[in-house]
Design a binder for this molecule. Sequence first.
Ligand code: GLY
Length: 424
Amino acid sequence: MNILVLGSGGREHALCWKIAASPLLTKLWCAPGNAGIAQDAECVALDVNDHAAVIGFCRDNKIDLVVVGPDALIAAGIVDDLTAAGFKTFGPTKAAGRLESSKSFTKQLCRDNAIPTAAYAHFTDAEAAKAYVRQQGAPIVVKADGLAAGKGVVVATTPDEALAAIDMMFGGGFGEAGAEVVIEQFMEGEEASFFALCDGDTALPLATAQDHKRAFDGDKGPNTGGMGAYSPAPVMTEAMNARVMDEMILPTLRALKAMGTPYKGVLYAGVMMTKDGPKLVEYNARFGDPECQVLMLRMMSDIVPALLAAVDGELRHFDLRWYPEPALTVIMATRGYPGDAPKGSRIEGLDEAAKVEGVEIFHAGTKRVDGHIVANGGRVLNICASGKTVREAQARAYAAVDRIKWPEGFCRRDIGWRAVAREQ
Ligand code: GLY
C-alpha cells in the first residue's frame, strides 16, 4: 500500500515509525515531515493547508491511505475533502471533529447524553461571562471555545485570574477561537488520557497514558502541549476503563451517529478521576502528542489494518495486541518554550543516545541543515524508552537525554513521577 501521513510533529514521527514496520506497506510519504521522519518516510514539501495540492499528490502517487495527525487539519476539513476525492482517509470529518474544535458543542453533547463532566456555562460576550465568574467564585476554568494550539484553557485560582482570562480571550488573544468561551467548574483529581479507535459505530479501546502539561519539574510553570508522557496510566484500572467506555465513549459515538456525523478515527478523552468517579475534561479528535509516541512503542500489532478497519467500518471484527511493558517519553524543547523558542541551534549526540537499551527517539521540531540536525521549533525531540517498570523506562530515557549535547535545549527531569512513586 502507498500511505501518506500528514503532519510534522513527534506524533507523526511515531506514526510513521509504526506504519513503516507494516508488511502491508509499499511506500510511505509524510507531508511536511521533519528530519527524523525522513529516516522512515519520504518527506514531501506539500502545503497541507492546500487541500487541492494534497489531493493532487494523492492522485499522482496512487495513495491508498492518508493518515491525518494534527487537530488543525481535521478542523479545516481535510478528511472531508480527501474522502470526497475518493481517498481513504483516517481521521474524523470536520463535523465529527467538533468534539475537539468546539468546547461548547461537546459540553452540550455531554449534557444531552448524561455524559459525566464538569458543570458549565457558555458565553458569547465578556460581560455576561464576568458576571458568572463573580457569582461562582474560584477556582474556576475558562476555556476558549475553539482550537488554541493547546493553550486555550486557563485554570484560574482567583476570580481576578478568571476575569483577566475572559478579557484576554474576548480581546482576541486566541483570535477566532476565543470569540466564545466556556466556563467550567474546577474538578479536583488525577487526570489521564484514554484513547479509542472508532469506526462510526464501534469503539476499540487502545491504551491509556498520562501527560505532563506544565513546563517545569514538580508540575510548575506555564502549560505546554506536553513535556512527557507514559503508558499505561496506573490510575486507569480495568474497571475505570470500562466506565470510560460505557459512560463516555459509546454514548458519544451513538450521539454523533444519530446526528448524521459518525465519528471515525481516534477519540482521545481527557478524563479526571474525581471522588465521584471519572469525568470528561475534554475530547480531542486525534492521537495525543506526546501520548501517541508511547502508545506506538507499546503496540505489538500492525497498525495499518487497524487504521483501515476504522475507515472501513470494520472494527467490530478487530482486536489489537499490546506489549505489557510500560513506555515513557521525555520531551526536549528549545529554551524559551512555550514562549518564543529560537530556531537553528545545533543538536549533537543523537546516535549515541539512540544506543541506550530500549530507547527510540522521535523528532518533532527538527530539520537537517548542512548534514546537521538543528532545532526548528518549541518541542524538538521525544526521547522514548520501554522498560520492565516505569522506573526502568525513565532511567533509560534520561540516560539517553544525558548523551544529547544541546545547550539551547531543556527537559523536565521528573517525567513519570506519579507512576514511579506508585511502584515504590
Ligand atoms: N498531550 C496533549 C494533547 O495532545 O493535546
